[in-house]
Ligand binder design. Structure first.
Ligand code: BGC
Length: 760
């Protein structure tokens, strides 16, 4: 008995040694200083570390030491903080002080679908899978902070960066952002939610001052950030480049001190956008916690003291010494940064991550195929039967262009990218002949930030010849699959500039119309992160809204085209018929009017663009419904290969008080022949209010998978928050007693049934 007991004890001890060697469970011995003792609460460890730091060490922590890193506390063994873009994959390594690539050969990542695609899945589980997977890649590459996700609202279809965000609706983006953050942070890597706030365009992003009323700010532009902080528990946020109330967002008292840290109780770190800080006196009192990417003279003229010239470096020390800055504010910043360190780098229990694994490609493929939106399928020409089709012609530059290369800071160097053409070829291998025609010439050279796409886009033919060759080839194809849309070139979906036209570029409208004349089985697939005009909508039988889908783009698309996956994505933004239909009507609304700055901040240029968000809360479907403008395709719209029938919605009771909830249920049946998933949406309409309210607003959704013939009952809980508007005078959310309608719908336009209730 005794021998056996000894034996067991030895085994436990051995296991503990093995576990310790693996960096696993055992805690640090208790003779360590408090800040290293992870049996102690984080707040105690922070105070201990802070008490051991010199002023120089504190100041060092609040600004960059290289392009993407800031120091920890070397004397205490607290590691540096390393950031990486974000938000669709882990950015390739750049040189220590430069944007140029470092030329590493081990940093080619997995590219995940763009965030518009994720939003189009309306699937919270996939958002968590996305976050977990990309977080694993960041962790594997030893990054502390992943610079994403982006949640700026799509206000205009011209925004060059819409593809990095989650659409036009604050509720949808609030729900979708939370699991992404939790997934990333489960790796001990911080998500960095960007760009806080009101960064809804790329043009003039450094000189635009947004004028927006409080109600619009709180109802439309802040909810996703608030959810990220309060529900997602985001550890970091990135300030935006633009101005609000004539203060740069990275130096903004209202956004950072009053709202984020004050009203929302954010205890994490705010990092500046790269180069978004403009003066010590702007940033020190209430700006960001860490300043990154400032383009000081030091960086361009002399590298020895470059980072000392940051606005929160030597200038901070001078101000501490002469009393213009106080230690309390600096300590508060350092506490937040130490908290980030303990949550990430100093967390000895965080996992190790993984990189370009099969599981990651599988995740990217699944998210991609679930995000694809089927817009039109006349005569059910889709899915294509891979066993009976003989000749398929693929047309369009986007069928071969590497879409992970380009677009700004989210550009990636990937280990693999399956193009739409390759995805289609793989599906039809040994079954049908697949040929390719370019159809139009967009770009002939594809290289970005040191990454050259592995595809030759040079072209010797004229655009006319490209088109006539495509039309000739289309004549005897069973199916013509057109893959076009926007791309990641400047002026398309790309950081740093906005789009300049609503139509598809490079003469694609004419190409699509010409193909439609010779093929009755034309499938138009457009890749984009924005809506665009479709003058050919009635000429073509099938349209698919594809997105930038990353490494598995072609496989995700082929899965949907050939019916291995039943499409189940729905639009996260409205497709208006024409740009003129959208809420942006005047120069004052966009891109703003050049005027004198009046706020008095010394670092603000004397002339700035004053932009008026005078459309107020009427953004996206809220606008089209108010103005009775019929869009081309409404928010929340998407078809399937099967059909769904909705039963009558029922409500648990016909009245509630502000502290109660009620439940709306609706049975949904798959009435078609294949399995599929339906996104059931709940909108709330306020019949009578003391303020103008949208016709209805999204307040719930659920994605249900149904086998043929199967029925499931979807249930939504309504509480006072779903009925509230932001009362600017009271500076609070108000749910006014009165009548409301709960609307169950398949899109913002396709209403299935309504139930009335009253708030007493
Ligand atoms: C972008 C950020 C990005 C940063 C670092 C900026 O230009 O606006 O979104 O994370 O660069 O690359």
């Amino acid at each position: 008995m005794k021998i056996q007991k000894l034996y067991i004890t030895a085994a436990i001890a051995a296991a503990a040694v093995v576990s310790a060697c693996n960096g696993g469970a055992p805690k640090a011995p208790s003779n360590l200083p408090v800040y290293l003792d992870d049996t102690k609460p984080i707040e105690e460890r922070i105070e201990d570390a802070l008490s051991r730091m010199t002023t120089d060490e504190k100041v060092a922590m609040v600004h960059a030491q290289s392009k993407f890193s800031s120091p920890g506390v070397p004397s205490l063994g607290i590691p540096a903080i390393w950031c990486t873009d974000g938000p669709h994959g882990i950015r390739t390594e750049v040189l220590y002080d430069e944007w140029d690539q470092a030329g590493w050969t081990n940093d080619s990542c997995t590219a995940y679908p763009a965030l518009t695609a994720l939003a189009a899945t309306w699937n919270l589980e996939l958002s968590e899978l996305y976050g977990k997977s990309i977080g694993e890649e960041a962790r594997y590459r030893n990054k502390t902070v992943l610079l994403g996700p982006g949640v700026n609202i799509q206000r205009s279809p011209y925004n060059g960066r819409s593809f990095e965000y989650m659409g036009e609706d604050p509720y949808l983006s609030s729900k979708m952002v939370v699991p992404y953050i939790k997934g990333v942070q489960s790796n001990g890597v911080a998500a960095c939610v960007k760009h806080f706030a009101l960064n809804n365009q790329e043009i003039n992003r450094f000189t635009t001052n947004v004028n927006v009323d409080d109600r619009t700010l709180y109802e439309i532009y802040l909810p996703a950030f608030k959810a990220a902080v309060q529900e997602g528990g985001a550890w970091t946020l990135m300030s935006a480049y633009n101005l609000y109330k004539e203060q740069f967002c990275g130096e903004n008292q209202y956004l950072l001190d009053d709202i984020l840290r004050g009203e929302w109780g954010f205890d994490g770190v705010v990092v500046s956008d790269w180069g978004g800080i403009h003066s010590p006196d702007g940033v020190i009192p209430h700006g960001v916690d860490i300043e990154y990417g400032s383009w000081t003279n030091g960086l361009t003229m002399g590298k020895t003291n470059a980072y000392d010239q940051y606005h929160m470096a030597d200038a901070y020390k001078e101000r501490l010494a002469d009393g213009r800055a106080d230690m309390e504010t600096l300590d508060a910043r350092v506490r937040r940064i130490l908290r980030l360190e303990f949550r990430t780098n100093m967390n000895r229990e965080r996992p190790f991550g993984q990189f370009t694994s099969d599981a990651h490609y599988a995740a990217a493929r699944k998210i991609g195929s679930e995000g694809i939106v089927l817009l039109k399928n006349e005569g059910s020409i889709l899915p294509i039967n891979a066993s009976s089709v003989k000749k398929v012609l693929v047309v369009g530059e986007n069928a071969i262009k590497m879409m992970t290369v380009g677009g700004g800071s989210s550009s990636l160097k990937v280990k693999k990218e399956v193009s739409p053409l390759d995805g289609i070829k793989a599906k039809l291998a040994g079954k049908a002949e697949v040929s390719y025609e370019r159809g139009y010439i967009g770009t002939t050279y594809s290289s970005y930030n040191g990454v050259t796409a592995k595809v030759d886009l040079s072209e010797s033919r004229t655009p006319e010849k490209c088109l006539s060759d495509a039309v000739a080839a289309a004549k005897d194809a069973d199916y013509v699959i057109y893959v076009g849309g926007l791309n990641k070139e400047e002026g398309q979906d790309c950081e740093g500039a906005d789009r300049t036209e609503f139509n598809l570029p490079y003469g694609q409208d004419a190409v699509i119309s010409a193909l439609a004349k010779v093929s009755k089985n034309l499938v138009v697939i457009n890749i984009s992160g924005n809506p665009y005009a479709m003058p050919w909508v009635n000429e073509v039988p099938a349209i698919i809204q594809d997105w930038y889908l990353g490494s598995e783009a072609g496989n995700s698309l082929a899965d949907v085209l050939f019916g291995d996956v039943t499409p189940s994505g729905k639009l996260p933004f409205t497709f208006p018929v024409a740009y003129e239909d959208c809420p942006i009507r005047t120069e004052a609304q966009y891109p703003g009017i050049l005027s004198n700055a009046t706020g008095g901040a010394t670092d603000v240029p004397t002339r700035i663009l004053q932009e008026q968000y005078s459309e107020g809360i009427f953004v996206g479907y809220r606008w089209y419904e108010k103005e009775s403008i019929k869009p081309m395709f409404p928010f929340g719209y998407g078809l399937s290969y099967t059909t769904f029938e909705y039963g009558q919605a029922k409500i648990s009771k016909t009245f509630m008080t502000a502290s109660q909830t009620l439940t709306v249920t609706v049975p949904v049946t798959n009435t078609g022949k294949v399995a599929g998933a339906e996104i059931v949406q709940l909108y709330i309409a306020d019949a009578e209010a003391s303020v103008v309210r949208p016709a209805k607003e999204l307040k719930g959704f659920d994605k249900v998978s149904l086998k043929p013939g199967e029925t499931k009952t979807v249930s939504f809980t309504i509480d006072a928050s779903a009925l509230s508007f932001f009362d600017a005078d009271k500076h609070d959310w108000v749910a006014e007693p009165g009548k409301f309608t709960a609307i169950v719908a398949a899109s913002s336009e396709d209403i299935k049934s309504c139930v009335d209730f009253e708030l007493k």
